[in-house]
Structures are given as structure tokens and as C-alpha cells.
Design a protein around this ligand. Structure first.
Ligand SMILES: NC(=O)c1ccc[n+]([C@@H]2O[C@H](COP(=O)([O-])OP(=O)(O)OC[C@H]3O[C@@H](n4cnc5c(N)ncnc54)[C@H](O)[C@@H]3O)[C@@H](O)[C@H]2O)c1
Length: 352
């Protein structure tokens, strides 16, 4: 079955999704329409040229109000508000909301109530979606009769949750402490723009290339939404001046003392088994750029695993904050697009 999607916002995430779908050939996804405020010429240029991913491996041209990507025509709209976008006219079933502007479930829902789409996937830690669904952890709770607007949380949430899932299922896990070190984001500024930032924390307006910028983004709560059994959780977050490739580190206590070898074997088994494609494992010594273009939510670095005699455990994973997350958005689009209101696809992901 092919799921027909529309993308609102053809920025870093929207373009990654377009590249992934174009490269995959038979991906089960067809992009019918995109909406962005930018001109169609700029959209085509942004797809053709990318400072991080390189030139588009194919062709991107324009024809009237269509982008033509490798002979596939995509209808283009330029509406500033979700309620104006006529998705149904383009045959769109599932909208991926990737502007960063309509993260609230109420505004994103207008793609359905006004635009005629059937489901919406918000590309961020949304406010009040019908469900937070982290692939590999809790996406099996998806209920097509109840969940029209869904969110996978953030890229960091996905990386942390997938490592936490393995530790929880195999060894028990509680009192979790996490850190995310995130590559530079498009909304950061090259020079100080403290007054110009819309973010509450003024440090997020500081020059992106000059500092490690800490801020208080409480994403840890979303890991707990996906895995409520892990209980208490603490979270730290830093933006750093690297263009792509981010780090997730998670510490906690297991029910019994475990060895580094036990933990790494559990991670490798999950990566080769039930979490294939979502968790990856690389025994080679890696640095953040090595995760570029990796479609997994998390690339486990076994050299980062540490344990203590009283059951303490620490694990480290890399994630391509754009590419891995865009792949999860497509997984979610397939999940919600393929499900009819009466037949929920329920998948068991227990690793134990
Ligand atoms: N880039 C990442 O690493 C990353 C990872 C995970 C989640 N996200 C989230 O995904 C969302 C998008 O991030 P991004 O990095 O792609 O941002 P971006 O700034 O690169 O892209 C946003 C796009 O939306 C368009 N846009 C802005 N307002 C619009 C409107 N009213 N209507 C239509 N289009 C509009 C912009 O022109 C731009 O092309 C954000 O919520 C972000 O937090 C980003």
C-alpha cells in the first residue's frame, strides 16, 4: 500500500524527507504536495544544493505549480496557515507538519478539519497531540479511532528512548539521567541575536558557532511518556557548533549489577533483532560525523558503556538529528496512513 503524504514546511526536515523518499524507490510513501512560504524556485534550489548532504542525486526542476523530483510531480502551495492549504485537492492523506510553527495539536488539526487530510504527524515535541508515539518503544499503542494528530517527540527523545527501552526490558531501569548534545539548528543565529530570538531562554539567541549553549529543555518527560515504567528522570541539553550529528547519553540504575559486555551484547542483539533499523550498533570507535545519513534513531557507541558494582549503567549513542528523525516521521506516516479506523496494527516490541 502507498501512503500519500503532504509536507508543510520544506526546511531541513521537509527536504530530508523528500530526499529519503526519492532515494528509496519503493518506499510505500508518495509525496503529493508541499506547502512553504518560499518561492517554488527556492524550494527546488534548496533540494538540489545542500551544504551537509551534498547535491541532490537526481533531478529537481519546476513545472508551473509543481516541483518535479526525478520525474515525480509534487503540487506546491504557498499558504501561511494550515486552514488554507487544500491538501484534499492534491489527494493528500497524511500531512507531516514540519514548519515548527504549528506544534500545537489544535493548530495542526486544521490540516484535517479544513485541509481535508485524514491524519497529521507533527515533526516535533508537540503540545497536546492525540498521542506521542516513539517508534520501537510505544508506537504499538496507536489507535486509529482515537489518534488523528500524533507526534514522535524530538530527535533526542527518540535516541534516548530506544537505548532506555533495551535497558528497561533486559535489566530493569530507574532513576534515569540523560544528556543531549545537539548539532546546530536552523533557528540559531551566526551572531548574537538575543533580542531576536523567539525562544524563552536568551542564551538560545547567542552566536551558534562560538559557544556550547546549555538550555533547559525538558524533553526527558517525553521519554517517560513512551516508557512510564522508568519513573524519575533528569535531563540536560546543549547546542554545539557542529553542523550535523548529535549525542545522547543516558545513565540510570538497573535492578542488578550488569557488566559492560552484557549491556553491549543486549544493545547489539536488539539492533540486529527487534529494533533493527531503529537502533544501530557500530563496534568501531566513532565520532559524531560518522552518524551522518544513518537512518536509525540511535547509533550505539559501545565504547561509551560504563557500569558500576551497585547497578549503575551509562550508555552513549549518536543520532543524525535530521536524517534519523525524518525516517521516523516516515515510519509514523506509514503507520497512521496504512491503518483503517477499524483495524489497528498492533506490534509487540518487547525485547526481553
Ligand atoms: N532540524 C533538526 O535537526 C530537527 C530535528 C527534529 C525536529 N525538528 C523540528 O522540526 C521542525 C522543522 O525544523 P527544520 O529544522 O526543518 O526547520 P527549518 O527552519 O529548516 O524549516 C522550516 C520551514 O518551514 C517554512 N515555514 C515557516 N513558516 C511557515 C508557514 N507559516 N507556513 C508554511 N511554511 C512555513 C520555512 O520557510 C522553512 O522552509 C521544528 O519544529 C524543529 O524543532 C528539527
Amino acid at each position: 500500500m502507498t501512503v500519500t503524504i503532504g509536507i508543510n514546511g520544506l526546511g531541513r526536515i521537509g527536504r530530508s524527507i523528500t530526499r529519503i523518499v526519492a532515494a528509496a524507490g519503493e518506499s510505500g510513501i508518495s509525496i503529493a504536495a508541499v506547502n512553504d512560504l518560499a518561492s517554488i524556485e527556492k524550494m527546488a534550489y534548496g533540494l538540489r544544493r545542500d551544504s551537509i548532504r551534498g547535491s541532490f542525486p537526481g533531478t529537481v526542476t519546476t513545472r508551473a505549480d509543481h516541483l518535479v523530483v526525478n520525474d515525480h510531480a509534487i503540487r506546491v502551495f504557498h499558504h501561511p496557515r494550515p486552514e488554507r492549504i487544500p491538501w484534499a485537492d492534491a489527494g493528500v492523506d497524511v500531512v507531516i507538519e514540519a514548519t515548527g510553527r504549528f506544534r500545537a495539536g489544535t493548530s495542526a488539526r486544521r490540516h484535517i478539519t479544513h485541509g481535508g487530510a485524514r491524519k497529521v504527524v507533527i515533526s516535533a515535541s508537540a503540545d497536546d497531540p492525540d498521542a506521542f508515539l516513539v517508534f520501537g518503544a510505544n508506537h504499538h499503542i496507536y489507535d486509529p479511532a482515537l489518534h488523528d494528530v500524533v507526534s514522535p517527540g524530538s530527535c533526542g527523545v527518540n535516541a534516548l528512548t530506544v537505548m532506555a527501552k533495551v535497558l528497561l526490558d533486559r535489566f530493569g531501569l530507574r532513576s534515569v539521567n540523560t544528556s543531549v548534545v545537539l548539532a546546530t539548528q536552523g533557528w540559531q543565529k551566526a551572531q548574537d541575536s538575543v533580542l531576536g530570538t523567539s525562544r524563552e531562554d536568551p542564551r538560545l539567541g547567542r552566536a551558534a558557532g562560538e559557544s556550547i549553549i546549555p538550555h533547559n529543555y525538558v524533553v526527558g518527560d517525553l521519554v517517560r511518556v513512551a516508557l512510564p515504567e522508568i519513573g524519575e528522570m533528569r535531563y540536560s541539553y546543549y547546542c554545539v557548533p557542529t553542523p550535523i550529528g548529535s549525542l545522547a547519553q543516558l545513565s540510570g540504575n538497573t535492578d542488578h549489577a550488569v557488566s559492560v559486555e552484557d549491556v553491549n551484547r543486549a544493545m547489539a542483539e536488539a539492533a540486529a533483532g527487534p529494533l533493527r533499523g531503529i537502533l544501530a550498533y557500530d563496534p568501531d570507535p566513532t565520532v559524531s560525523i560518522d552518524v551522518k545519513n544513518n537512518p536509525a534513531s540511535c547509533l550505539l557507541d559501545p565504547s561509551g558503556t560504563q557500569t558500576t558494582a551497585d547497578g549503575g549503567v551509562t550508555v552513549r549513542g549518536w543520532f543524525d538529528n535530521e536524517w534519523g528523525f525524518s525516517n521516523r516521521l516516515l515510519d509514523l506516516a506509514r503507520l497512521v496512513g496504512e491503518s483503517s479506523p477499524v483495524a489497528s496494527r498492533r506490534v509487540s516490541w518487547s525485547i526481553a
